[in-house]
Design a protein around this ligand. Structure first.
Ligand code: FAD
Length: 315
């Protein structure tokens, strides 16, 4: 499928420059990211509401009532980027697994390349509902920076780099920088997240990889109450690499800095459960909402990290 633009407002008469930008996105043509950004900017400059849709599984369900009533009087341009070839690549380049952000979780779950180089991401992708997975994209999962985003938690544990492209060209951000960066990316009007780069773990002599993914879900079985992604390398009785990130234990993905420090600074057999719980408590700020309570989330968060520790001990 190609990127398409749908003019929903019959009253709208695009300016010539806007029309020129939109023509590049005509149904059936394959635009590049530059053409897409041109159209987005032209629409924004002329103060036209614009919506960028990938799978639409998040966007269509998460609009506040005021936005929907605004659209009733002033319908937006909808630019559909699902299946855009430039965003759908999956390849190994110079020690990085590169994932286009248009890749769906169904494709991620099925990809051997992901299974062999980033099994944690495969495991998280397999946890998506089977009706949602064929549409839900990695980019859509990341862009909103939602606390419950499974993909973003895994990318945090794997120390991924996000490649964003805007008018000034591409730039790379770590997950931490992305989580702390300007909110405007969320609207996708200023920059497109076009690629995720996953560094492959360095092989240590006699090293053992420890991967852990666990999601404790709500009654419907998909929104996490708490999820933990952990990826580590053990040499002897110590971790020499440790990525940890949790979903749904704060307003955004928690990158678990104190807990990582604990695991990297102390031999596994000497780490006490109380020390783990203390570090986890310092890393999370769980909320009470319709899905769970802060007390339950904190309890589960501690238990999952203790379980990861036990798995690492016997690995
Ligand atoms: C029934 C159901 C089950 C779900 N299960 C899960 C689950 O198990 N785990 C989970 O984490 N989430 C889940 N979700 C949430 C959602 O499906 C995912 O977050 C999904 O990955 C969103 O991707 P999308 O392509 O549908 O995003 P869209 O809805 O198309 O887009 C979401 C937002 O991201 C922006 N965007 C999309 N792509 C880009 C890009 N490349 N660059 C910049 N901005 C972009 C859009 O403009 C929009 O603002 C579920 C949702 C539903 C309805």
């Amino acid at each position: 499928m190609k990127a398409r633009v749908k003019r929903l407002s019959s009253a709208l008469q695009p300016e010539p420059s806007l029309r020129a930008a939109l023509e590049k996105l005509e149904l059936g043509r394959v635009p590049d990211v530059a053409a897409l950004l041109d159209a987005i900017y032209s629409l924004a400059v002329q103060d036209q509401p614009v919506v960028l849709l990938a799978g639409g599984t998040d966007f269509l369900l998460s609009q506040p009532p005021e936005t929907l009533s605004d659209w009733a009087t002033r319908p937006p341009f909808v630019i559909d980027i699902a299946g855009m070839p430039e965003l759908c690549g999956l390849r190994m380049v110079d020690g990085f697994l590169q994932l286009g952000t248009g890749v769906t979780f169904e494709q991620i779950a099925a990809a051997e390349l992901v299974g062999s180089h980033a099994p944690l991401l495969s495991a998280a992708a397999r946890g998506f509902d089977s009706q949602i997975a064929p549409r839900a994209t990695l980019g859509g999962n990341v862009a909103k920076r939602a606390a419950h985003a499974d993909g973003l938690a895994v990318l945090g544990a794997l120390d991924a780099e996000l490649v964003l492209t805007g008018r000034d060209g591409p730039r790379s951000l770590s997950v931490e920088q992305f989580l702390n960066s300007d909110e405007r990316v969320e609207t996708a009007l200023d920059e497109l997240i076009d690629r995720i780069d996953l560094p492959l773990p360095i092989d240590f002599d006699g090293g053992t990889r420890v991967n852990y993914w666990r999601k404790v879900v709500d009654a419907r079985g998909w929104i996490s109450k708490v999820a933990l992604a952990a990826s580590a390398t053990k040499v002897g009785g110590e971790l020499v690499r440790c990525g940890l990130a949790m979903a749904s234990v704060g307003p955004r993905t928690a990158l678990m800095t104190r807990t990582r420090e604990l695991f990297l600074s102390t031999p596994l057999a000497r780490i006490r459960t109380q020390a783990i719980e203390k570090a986890v408590d310092a890393d999370i700020a769980p909320l009470t909402d319709a899905v769970s309570t802060s007390v339950y989330r904190a309890h589960v968060a501690r238990a999952l990290v203790v379980q990861f520790h036990q798995q690492a001990l016997v690995a």
